[in-house]
Design a protein around this ligand. Structure first.
Ligand code: PEP
Ligand code: MN
Length: 358
């Protein structure tokens, strides 16, 4: 074969490449159209029966030189790509996504802005145990200019025999402390029926890891005008986490803070595995502020400082940690809450590292 003949064949191959591209793109556009119709009809996008029929038809017409299995593989990839653009369109529609709203959502908690670039701290005891205990932590936090106080009133515990929290009395204590110290208070609500009444006492509704897919609770939190701090589930994927936030925003409440709190893995050195890369992923994919809870993710006091530094360095909007006047006698999470001396060291170092970066 002469060089000219070879060049001719090569040119023809390149032309065919472009023809295939044109045809694949045309197919993609048609599939997108079909996806839109299916969405309005509420029909499932993936239709295996139809896919099997299309494949059979293609394979019947295959006259070589490619093996049936090769043709099947190529077309399966084309089908898959079509399904993916349909799903991308669907994802684009998520209200929490950056595609839907490119600007950062700023959550306003009694004047403290979350998500505007200034990194914030939420500290407080695991559980509200008494007025005195909660007020002591509030006074300590205020020394360092912090205005966001956490404390559990309804505690979802692994064992039903463990301290379950003070319930409504706990919320009342939080309100009193918030008023006296001019702070905003954050507390977990576990029952959809309690959401409304909780709004009278607290400034942020926390939805805990164990309830991340309690869809009725998410909807109830979405239908009030209160900021919500949504924790990532114990074994939730980022996609599930984002969709849980979508449940809240779909009811009209966009004041949502996502909180990475570690996920369950095979690793035993820590209570959970802090998925630090979830922070930039969530920041890229959603417009919501992202917090990192260093207490529940690590379960280790010695890791609270390095992990908080990592969270701030990777771009979290803030860090949550538990502080107790006397952790040794705390009614929950006594192994990992900081006492006041440890807290002073922790917050001072973090504030210094913030100052260095600014
Ligand atoms: C909490 O923050 O009090 C708590 C129970 O955390 P999580 O839901 O992340 O376990
Ligand atoms: Mn705790």
């Amino acid at each position: 074969m002469s060089k000219a003949e070879l060049d001719n064949l090569r040119d023809r191959v390149e032309e065919i490449n472009l023809e295939i591209l044109k045809l694949i793109s045309e197919r993609g556009k048609l599939v997108q159209e079909i996806g839109k119709v299916k969405e309005t009809q509420g029909v499932n996008r993936y239709d295996p029966v139809r896919e099997r029929k299309m494949l059979n038809n293609i394979l019947e017409h295959n006259e070589g030189p490619f093996e049936t299995s090769t043709i099947q593989h190529i077309f399966k990839e084309i089908f898959k790509a079509g399904l993916e653009i349909q799903e991308d369109d669907h994802r684009k529609a998520l209200l929490v996504s950056r595609k839907k709203k490119p600007e950062d959502t700023i959550v306003d908690i009694k004047g403290v802005k979350i998500g505007n670039g200034a990194q914030q701290f939420i500290v407080g005891p695991c559980a509200v145990e008494s007025y005195e205990q909660t007020a002591a932590v509030a006074a300590e936090a205020k020394k360092y200019g912090l205005r966001l106080l956490r404390g559990g009133a309804f505690k979802p515990r692994t064992s039903p025999y463990d301290f379950q929290g003070l319930g409504l009395e706990g919320l009342q204590i939080l309100k009193r402390v918030a008023d006296e110290f001019d702070m905003a208070v954050i507390s977990e609500i576990v029952n959809p029926a309690d959401i409304e009444v909780a709004c009278d006492y607290i400034d942020v509704i926390q939805i805990g890891a164990r309830n991340m897919q309690n869809f009725e609770l998410l909807k109830a939190a979405g239908s009030v005008k209160k900021p919500v701090l949504l924790k990532r589930g114990l074994a939730a994927t980022i996609d599930e986490f984002v969709n849980a936030a979508e449940y809240i925003i779909s009811q009209g409440n966009d004041q949502i803070i996502l909180c990475e709190r570690g996920i369950r893995t095979y690793e035993k050195a820590t209570r959970n595995t802090l998925d630090i890369s979830a922070v930039p992923i969530l920041k890229q994919e959603t417009h919501l502020p992202v917090f990192v809870d260093v207490t529940h993710s690590t379960g280790r006091r010695d890791l609270l400082l390095p992990c908080a530094k990592a969270a701030l360095a990777i771009g979290a909007d803030g860090v949550m940690a538990e502080v107790h006047p006397d952790p040794a006698v705390a009614l929950s999470d006594s192994a990992q809450q900081m006492d006041f001396d440890q807290f002073e060291k922790w917050i001072t170092e973090l504030k210094a590292s913030q100052a260095v970066r600014v």
